[in-house]
Design a protein around this ligand. Structure first.
Ligand SMILES: Nc1nc2c(ncn2[C@@H]2O[C@H](COP(=O)(O)OP(=O)(O)OP(=O)(O)O)[C@@H](O)[C@H]2O)c(=O)[nH]1
Ligand SMILES: [Mg+2]
Length: 307
């Protein structure tokens, strides 16, 4: 009885709420990525020698490592697989804290933004929230293998006692699997909220990316261009935004390269759109820090003059 009831309900739902909205609720430039790509290629951070450090975190198997590979593939115009990926979604495959730099076309220099990949959040195992907090402040050295029992201690060789500005995180990116977002456990949501509070206290901007939209929504798999018309994706994003507190305009759906061996301009458009916003957030943060530091310096000077 139930077996026939559910399909009928599904059919009724899709009559009243068709999977596609009549108009997209967000506009992006599809297919013609040249100017957006050039914008990323030309980007220079406000301070000479500084880069934007982008930390990816999120549940195991969400697509963190794949996102780094997707960005590198897009920028270097062929498939790259620097960050190792695995198809087991329940246990984190990435075990180390790793920094990924992307070489520029000249082969001599790197893009002025770097990605940090880490182990996924899990209910019991997985990366410790305290370790994520240490990475935000730049205390974790590259290649540290996460210890599930205890956080990185001050006397560990991988503990960076005096982090430079370049060691600290400028943008925190939460990577979420669109397939499983509605089933995310309370424990994971609490861990995310805890990490978000720490980033907020440090003033670090935060965005989220929704991966695997191709797998989660048949209408998007059919036509990636319909991503911002997909009613149920929008609903999921709104629910997620309410659950973890990240505003809608800081959430970006993407499809990572995962089975393809050639680039696709529509896939690139979504990745570029997310990457551009991440870079803008990092740039704003560096500028804000600069002007705050100047103000503190100025105020210190004032106090000195007045006293
Ligand atoms: N269909 C589809 N599959 C994806 C996408 N992104 C990642 N995958 C697949 O999801 C699986 C997990 O991806 P990873 O990049 O290893 O995920 P991760 O977050 O780094 O996982 P851990 O390191 O284990 O925490 C792999 O099989 C990927 O190929 C996507 O956008 N669409
Ligand atoms: Mg990984």
């Amino acid at each position: 009885m139930l077996m026939c009831y559910f399909p009928v309900m599904g059919a009724v739902k899709s009559i009243f709420y068709p999977p596609l909205l009549s108009e997209p609720w967000r506009t992006i430039h599809w297919g013609d990525n040249q100017s957006a790509l050039q914008h990323v290629k030309d980007y220079k951070p406000p301070t000479e020698g500084q880069h934007i450090r982008i930390l990816l975190y999120g549940p195991a198997g969400a697509g963190k490592s794949s996102f780094i590979n997707s960005v590198e593939s897009l920028l270097r115009k062929r498939m790259y697989r620097q960050a190792l990926v695995d198809s087991n979604f329940y246990k984190s495959f990435t075990k180390e804290y790793r920094t990924y730099k992307i070489p520029k076309e000249d082969g001599q220099t790197f893009y002025p933004f770097v990605f940090n990949d880490m182990m996924g959040l899990e209910i019991r195992d997985g990366v410790l929230v305290d370790d994520v907090k240490l990475t935000l402040r730049g205390h974790m050295k590259d290649s540290y293998e996460f210890n599930l029992k205890s956080k990185l201690s001050v006397d560990d060789a991988f503990y960076n006692m005096i982090p430079s500005t370049n060691d600290k995180v400028q943008v925190l990116v939460l990577v979420i699997d669109a397939n499983t977002v509605s089933m995310m456990s309370n424990e994971i949501v609490q861990k995310i909220r805890d990490i978000r509070r720490e980033a907020r206290d440090l003033g670090i901007p935060q965005v989220a990316i929704f991966t695997k939209i191709d797998e989660a929504f048949p209408e998007i798999k059919k036509n990636l261009k319909d991503v911002y018309k997909a009613r149920y994706l929008k609903e999921k994003m709104e629910q997620f935004s309410a659950d973890v507190g990240i505003p809608m305009n800081c959430i970006f759906p993407v499809k990572n390269y995962h089975e393809e061996i050639t680039l696709n301009s529509l896939v690139d458009s979504l990745i570029l759109s997310a990457l551009t916003e991440i870079i803008h957030c990092g740039d704003d943060y560096i500028n804000l820090k600069k002007s705050n530091d100047r103000l503190t310096h100025f105020n210190k000077g004032q106090t000195g003059c007045m006293s």
